[in-house]
Design a binder for this molecule. Structure first.
Ligand code: CUV
Ligand code: SF4
Length: 656
């Protein structure tokens, strides 16, 4: 058993962890302990299970066996395993993007059908009718995206444009020609495009037609599985090049589609004040935690919780009302767009249940521990799974269908409300701590804030007031004290006048510690230049750009700056970091950051150390191929120093 102070720097997690221990509830930290010692072969990446002649493993100390049964060596095995991680991560993000594109298409088709049936035409042409399960909330963004994609917008209704944009997006998933994705072409500056086009030739593999430009989002993922099948691709260089390509299909395809189309459907985030941490749970309310990733569901739950009938029902049961809060990335989606409070990041999902105050945890896909069901058994909490592709044994299954979204969302909220009488008041303990912060920094919101362009940021960089920009992303991992590295790296960079942008569980961590308040600029954790810049513009020293798929917002921002300077993204004084990385998605994000030209730090060593050639490619050779590479450093202080050094090197190269 761990001491509560060892598991997290967050006092609410500490408090709930102690409570869990008192109650004899097993959590992620005990399960990690029971896994010790974790398999050394697995940690080094030298274990292969890709065929039934195996499993094979390579002796990491240089002795026998040096080859698997088929003859694959350590580098081949490590590279193949890494490619499979990238493919899985890209698949998760991109399948999410597909669901959003399908939702937009379904809504547009329903509008068309209703129109034919003689329902109010104007509302349906604008997709503003509430007879539709999903509307177009940001018509301006729809037009902007359509224009970027080269779709003729003149004389077309919103409904027609929505349908066309959804179709172009869906086409990018399954197209079979050799051309780059249409979304990528529409968003990427030509200089970076050229880097992608020539990357494979630079790596000595000219037979990669069009370099590492992704052709089809699904295709690159499928090809990853094909290449890593026994007896197919064995050269770590080509395996990793395809890894870059697959991750770029995620970045400039699947994830980008998710973000852009979600903005169209639910509104583009604008700056708004909100709250974070377990203290947002309310003792006298029905508490519903939306957990997972897809706002297609959480948006509807937020809406249903405002239904007067359901609120009345909650009051009938003695609650004051219904309190929806978020968890992980779906939480960030509704936080960014509506200011719905976020209860915590990845390592707080079990902790939220341990408060005894959660009537329902409504989950969709990704980063939801099956253990939530076991923890919930110790309380009255219901875990409700909603995605046809994610079923949790022991949970209640209320599966979601976009066509009947309102009806199902109400059923889910009703289930939560009806569970309120089962709450044992004596067993409720909600930590008090919560923190306010400003969120909603979409690219559009940032542009608006700075007067329509990025000149103020660019000038501040040139002047040296801010040295550069760091994009911080990713998860919690129980191998690291929760949030510790997130906050340490953030502070160490801000002290050196690096402006922070970030997403995912990093963003929730930062918010919990007050970093998204403009006042944070007054602390010793922020250098004088960044402080002055933040004050001048009335912003916090770090900007919350959203969920994991919203990492594309950071890429688009970097791309706009690169355009202004007429350089590839790799020339910018910009770095990335995933201080507490955990998921395969984080591996894909790290890879597409690097492939897009942003040198990226990982605070958790990925399972690659068993392949010396692979390590060299990832940390050195990629500089010559795409202009960026990975920095792997578990120590947050050293990591921040290395990231800063990289920024300074880039400044020097730019002559500033
Ligand atoms: Ni998509 S991927 S633990 S919720 S950031 Fe959080 Fe974010 Fe990692 Fe998951
Ligand atoms: Fe072993 Fe080769 Fe099969 Fe992998 S693919 S399990 S290394 S024989």
């Amino acid at each position: 058993m761990k001491k509560y102070k060892e598991v997290s720097i967050d006092s609410t997690t500490q408090q709930m962890y102690e409570r869990a221990q008192e109650m004899g509830i097993e959590t992620v930290w005990e399960r990690l302990e029971k896994q010790q010692p974790q398999c050394g072969y697995g940690l080094l990446g030298v274990c292969c299970r890709n065929c039934m002649m195996g499993p094979c493993r390579i002796n990491p100390f240089g002795g026998e066996p040096t080859r698997g049964v088929c003859g694959a060596d350590a580098d081949t095995i490590v590279a193949r395993n890494l490619l499979r991680m990238i493919a899985a991560g890209a698949a998760a993000h991109s399948d999410h993007g597909r669901h959003v594109a399908l939702t937009l298409l379904i809504a547009a088709e329903m509008a068309e059908k209703f129109k034919k049936e003689g329902k109010p035409v104007l509302e349906l042409d604008n997709m503003a009718s509430n007879t539709l399960p999903y509307q177009v909330r940001d018509a301006e963004k729809l037009k902007a995206v359509a224009e970027r994609l080269g779709i003729e917008t003149e004389g077309k209704t919103i409904r027609e444009l929505a349908k066309e944009v959804a179709e172009v997006a869906l086409h990018d998933f399954g197209k079979q020609d050799e051309e780059a994705l249409r979304f990528l072409k529409a968003y990427l500056n030509p200089k970076t495009y050229e880097v992608f086009e020539t990357a494979a030739a630079k790596a000595g593999m000219p037979w990669f037609e069009n370099g590492i430009l992704p052709r089809g989002i699904d295709r690159e993922i499928v090809e990853s599985l094909h290449r890593t099948h026994i007896g197919t691709d064995h050269d770590p260089v080509s395996i990793l090049l395809h890894g870059l390509k697959t991750s770029l299909g995620d970045a400039w395809g699947g994830s980008l589609i998710a973000t852009e189309l979600q903005d169209i459907l639910f509104g583009t985030p604008q700056v708004i004040k909100a709250e974070a941490n377990l203290g947002v749970l309310k003792e006298d309310y029905v508490n519903i935690v939306v957990h997972g990733h897809e706002p297609v569901l959480s948006e509807k739950i937020v809406e249903a919780a405002q239904d007067p009938e359901l609120i009345e029902l909650a009051q009938k049961y003695g609650a004051k009302g219904i309190n929806v809060v978020g968890m992980c990335c779906t939480g960030l989606e509704v936080l960014m767009r509506h200011g719905i409070p976020i209860a915590g990041n990845f390592l707080q999902q079990e902790m939220a249940i341990v408060t005894g105050a959660v009537e329902a945890m409504v989950v969709d896909v990704q980063c939801i521990m099956p253990a939530t069901v076991d923890v919930a058994r110790c309380f009255h909490t219901k875990i409700i799974d909603t995605s046809p592709l994610a079923t949790f044994p022991g949970a209640i299954h209320i599966k979601f269908d976009e066509r009947r979204a309102d009806e199902i969302a109400k059923e889910i909220v009703r289930t939560a409300v009806e569970n309120f009488p089962n709450r044992s008041k004596k067993r409720v303990e909600i930590p008090k701590e919560k923190m306010a912060g400003y969120v909603g920094f979409s690219v559009e919101a940032i542009l608006k804030h700075f007067g329509g362009n990025l000149k103020p940021i660019e000038e501040a960089i040139v002047e040296g007031k801010i040295k550069g920009v760091a994009g911080l992303v990713g998860c919690n991992n129980p191998k690291i004290k929760q949030d510790h590295n997130h906050i340490k790296i953030a502070n160490e960079l801000m002290k050196r006048d690096v402006l922070l942008i970030g997403t995912g569980c990093w963003a929730t961590a930062a918010m919990k510690y007050g970093i998204f308040l403009p006042e944070y600029a007054d602390t010793d954790n922020v250098g004088p230049g960044l402080r002055e810049f933040a004050k001048e513009w009335g912003i916090p020293p770090a900007l919350n750009m959203g969920s994991c798929v919203d990492c594309t917002r950071m890429l688009v921002l970097a791309d706009l700056i690169a355009r202004d300077l007429n350089v590839p993204i790799s020339a910018l004084p910009v770095v990335g970091s995933a201080p507490e990385a955990m998921t395969e998605k984080a591996v894909s994000i790290g890879t597409y950051f690097v492939a897009s030209g942003i040198t990226t730090h990982l605070g958790i060593v990925p399972p690659v150390l068993g392949g010396p050639k692979v390590v060299k490619i990832l940390t050195q050779d990629l500089y010559d191929i795409v202009g960026a590479a990975f920095i792997v450093e578990p120590d947050p202080y050293k990591a921040a120093r290395l990231m800063y050094d990289h920024i300074m090197k880039k400044r020097k190269e730019l002559g500033i």
